[in-house]
Design a protein around this ligand. Structure first.
Ligand SMILES: Cc1cc2nc3c(=O)[nH]c(=O)nc-3n(C[C@H](O)[C@H](O)[C@H](O)COP(=O)(O)OP(=O)(O)OC[C@H]3O[C@@H](n4cnc5c(N)ncnc54)[C@H](O)[C@@H]3O)c2cc1C
Length: 321
């Protein structure tokens, strides 16, 4: 059985759901060994075991927080070689993709980013990506000894193993070179917490476009009623109505939630590129001819302020929120 190294990320309690998704995919193609570049508490270890981790390695080094990504790349290079992994899985994200790219170079490995699936085939693991604004599906197989893959969050449902044994967390020591310590992080400013889930991990995303006229009151109210993240089109970001961190699309964040609500968004190809792998799409637009309706599982023609407000009132009356 090939060894699959999974980079797992701790959450407030346990492990990030996206990391458990990676474990589910890893089990399809080999034996999952998990590495956490942090401390691993008992809750996290139990969760990882329940989702099929055969080993859990914990690597702690102050350099991971004090410097940019290179110390983490060095650590992952050493661990991949030490456990003899032929596949390395990370969750897609701006930093993770930088780590994955650098790791692939160091290991002379193949690299696939933003995969949405991973399957075992006779000749080796095959990744699936949705590319060119979702117009094409690409299936790829690595031709090198090692394949590094980043997987979009919400691509699969995490699956528990039948009989989970216990795994002991193994401390793992790595060497971080002086060269990796050239770009020190001098300050971190935490974004003011909105209390909403992050855009990439959210199960539901409610996005507003130019049709909001810059008033996100109803978009945010619906997001809060559904426990969703807020997203925005580029027109909104360019107008300065919402920060770029919330932009969905080709030059923003790619999301794949269970439900995507597009309110006052026309459906330009660059926006669709960032959301069309969503499992279900609800569109609210005053123009029945808006191209975004082509993606809609449910479409409502109307003023978004009225429609979203009505939905929020309905949810509240229903006691669903
Ligand atoms: C290189 C490049 C990269 C880009 N990257 C991105 C990207 O990452 N993300 C992105 O989003 N765009 C991106 N764009 C921009 C993209 O082409 C569109 O311009 C943008 O998505 C339009 O945003 P919008 O749908 O909010 O606005 P519009 O296209 O102006 O659509 C507004 C919609 O709101 C509807 N509307 C108006 N009033 C109401 C109302 N009261 N109630 C309900 N509906 C209403 C209208 O009918 C219309 O359909 C990119 C463009 C380029 C060239």
């Amino acid at each position: 059985m090939p060894t699959v190294l999974v980079l797992a990320v701790p959450a407030e309690t346990g492990v990030a759901r996206a990391s458990l998704e990676l474990l589910t995919l890893a089990r399809r193609v080999g034996e999952p060994v998990v590495v956490v570049l942090d401390e691993v508490d008992a809750t996290a270890a139990a969760e990882l075991a329940a989702h099929g981790a055969t080993r859990v390695l914990s690597v702690q080094d102050p350099a991971f927080a004090d410097f940019l990504v290179v110390p983490r790349v060095e650590a992952l290079t050493q661990i991949t070689q030490a456990v003899g992994a032929s596949v390395v899985l990370l969750t897609s994200g701006v930093e993770a993709k930088e780590v994955a790219g650098r790791l692939a170079v160091r290991l002379s490995a193949g690299l696939v980013t933003d995969a949405i699936d991973l399957d075992a085939e006779d000749e080796g693991p095959v990744t699936t990506q949705s590319v060119l604004a979702g117009g094409w599906t690409v299936r790829a197989r690595g031709t090198r000894e090692v394949l590094v893959v980043t997987v979009k969050p919400n691509s699969v449902t995490p699956e528990l193993v039948g009989e989970a044994g216990e795994v002991e967390v193994e401390p793992f020591a790595v060497t971080v070179s002086d060269a990796a310590r050239r770009a020190r992080v001098t300050r971190r400013d935490l974004r003011v917490a909105s209390g909403r889930p992050g855009l990439t991990e959210a199960q539901v995303v409610v996005s507003g476009g130019r049709g909001t006229g810059g008033d996100f009151t109803e978009v945010e109210a619906l997001a809060d009623a559904l426990g969703a993240a807020v997203g925005a089109s580029r027109a909104v970001v360019d107008a300065g109505w919402y920060p770029h961190a919330y932009q969905v699309g080709q030059t923003g964040t790619t999301v794949s939630p269970q439900l995507y609500v597009a309110a006052g968004i026309s459906g330009a190809i660059q926006h669709r590129a960032g959301m069309q792998t969503s499992k279900a799409v609800l569109v609210v637009n005053s123009d029945a001819e808006a191209p975004i309706f082509a993606l809609a599982d449910l479409g409502v023609v109307g003023d978004l302020h009225e429609v979203l407000d009505g939905v929020v009132r309905g949810l509240k009356a229903d006691g669903s929120s």
